[in-house]
Write a new protein. Structure first.
Ligand code: SF4
Length: 421
């Protein structure tokens, strides 16, 4: 991205259609699937129902071959009779688990939405169990409830739960916030460190590498759905570096540039470190985006990645956004991306699903990005769809993944073309 480009406000000040009605959401427990892979000495104990256990098992079926690092403590109907007994039962389950698995250093008690679970005070349980099992294990709690949330809020709640326990420090440092696949995190932190910036990550891969936090900590946020985590971190004095999210060549460059500026890195150093991967990303993207150029796209609200992805697909792949729907429009985080989307699309927040389906069917976009529940009915109507959840499970950030990210959106077009041959 050219730093001399005149500042345009794009869709930043566009009117936002806010609708509240029936909405399609997916459960916040889903985050456990990618979080347990990231945090190698953590265990996630869902306090929930058989439905929660089924969701986790089916979403993470591959894990049956490995030593699992998540489980569901199923609360039976009879537990409703005495919540004190339920607390005792939970303590006993945790003790058994920690005895059997001495490798666990962080234990997350994850609440769910059945009413009997909501009545349990898991934060008090976490405090009590942390005291019992200190110093070997720290116990946290958060809610992964599927009521009124989007599936990415599970990660936000998990990371926010850790913030109060981060040790204070006045070091001038960067904190990379958001769970990224290790390979992607290594690429990004490698470039940041090459600029001479000390960087730590939340979440850390192991509890021993937990970051510190203070007024000299600057936050580079990698996922747009971490509003509560960022509030908790700024509440501890850290400062957010506003930037577009690191999707595509331009997004990654703008994100790194904002970090470099916050740490007074010279243009020469910045260019020396980013020039080669930028050129690679641009070349790879040019090829993949041929399929996408001029195609229209409609986003239903689901992952909270909608605004940064619309920015990427518009400015780097030549797509035409019709509607960019998002569950929550967190301007503090997605404002820089919103400002880069040229005026034109309808920006919508929240959902009244029937009305939104009517708008989508009327627009007949070339591609619709939506949750699992809406994809089949839309495909039945002859519309090509992309599951938004796939974008959270795939490595999509940074230069080396720029073409893969575009490729995820190109795939439905290529499949359709192959079927028509
Ligand atoms: S937390 Fe709620 S929505 Fe999620 S699996 Fe359990 S019962 Fe279903």
């Amino acid at each position: 991205m050219n730093r001399e480009t005149p500042i345009s406000t794009g869709c930043l000040n566009a009117p936002v259609l806010k609708q509240r009605g029936q909405h399609e959401v997916f459960c916040g427990l889903t985050g456990i699937i990618w979080l347990h892979r990231k945090m190698q000495d953590a265990f996630f104990l869902v306090v929930g129902s058989r439905t929660c256990a089924h969701l986790l098992q089916s979403a993470a079926g591959v894990m049956i071959f490995a030593e699992p690092r998540f489980a569901t403590a199923i609360l039976e109907e009879k537990d409703l009779a005495g919540l004190a007994d339920a607390q005792d039962e939970l303590d006993a389950q945790v003790s058994q688990l920690l005895q059997r698995r001495p490798d666990i250093r962080q234990l997350f008690l994850v609440g769910s939405c059945p009413s009997e679970v909501i009545k349990l005070d898991l934060s008090r349980a976490a405090e009590r169990l942390s005291e019992v099992h200190a110093p070997n294990v720290r116990v946290y709690s958060y809610s992964g409830s599927g009521i009124e949330t989007t599936f990415t809020q599970g990660e936000d709640a998990c990371l926010a739960a850790m913030v109060p326990t981060l040790p204070p420090s006045e070091a001038h440092q960067l904190l990379l916030v958001g769970a990224l696949p290790d390979v992607v995190e290594d690429q990004l932190t490698g470039m940041i460190e090459a600029m001479g910036i000390k960087v730590a990550c939340l979440p850390a891969r192991r509890s021993g590498d937990m970051p510190t936090i203070g007024s000299q900590t600057r936050l580079a946020v990698a996922q747009p759905f971490l509003g509560d985590t960022v509030s908790a971190l700024t509440g501890r004095g850290a400062g957010l570096i506003p930037a577009p999210f690191p999707f595509g060549e331009q997004g990654t460059t703008a994100w790194l540039r904002a970090i470099a500026d916050a740490f007074d890195v010279t243009d020469e150093t910045f260019d020396a470190i980013t020039a080669a991967p930028r050129a690679r990303a641009r070349k790879a993207l040019d090829k993949v985006s041929e399929t996408l150029r001029g195609k229209s796209i409609f986003f239903f609200p689901d992952s909270q990645l909608e605004v940064p992805l619309a920015r990427f697909l518009t400015t780097e792949c030549g797509m035409i956004p019709v509607e960019v729907g998002t569950p929550y429009l967190h301007r503090g985080l997605v404002g820089p991306d919103l400002a880069l989307i040229p005026e034109g699309p309808l920006i919508s927040e929240g959902q009244d699903v029937e009305k939104q389906l009517d708008r989508c069917r009327a627009a007949r976009p070339d591609l619709t990005v939506c949750g699992l529940g809406l994809a089949n009915p839309l495909e039945a109507d002859g519309l090509a769809t992309k599951w938004s959840i796939e974008l959270v499970f795939s490595p999509v950030h940074g230069y080396e993944q720029a073409a893969d990210l575009a490729g995820l959106f190109a795939r439905p077009f290529l499949r359709k073309a192959a079927l028509q041959l």
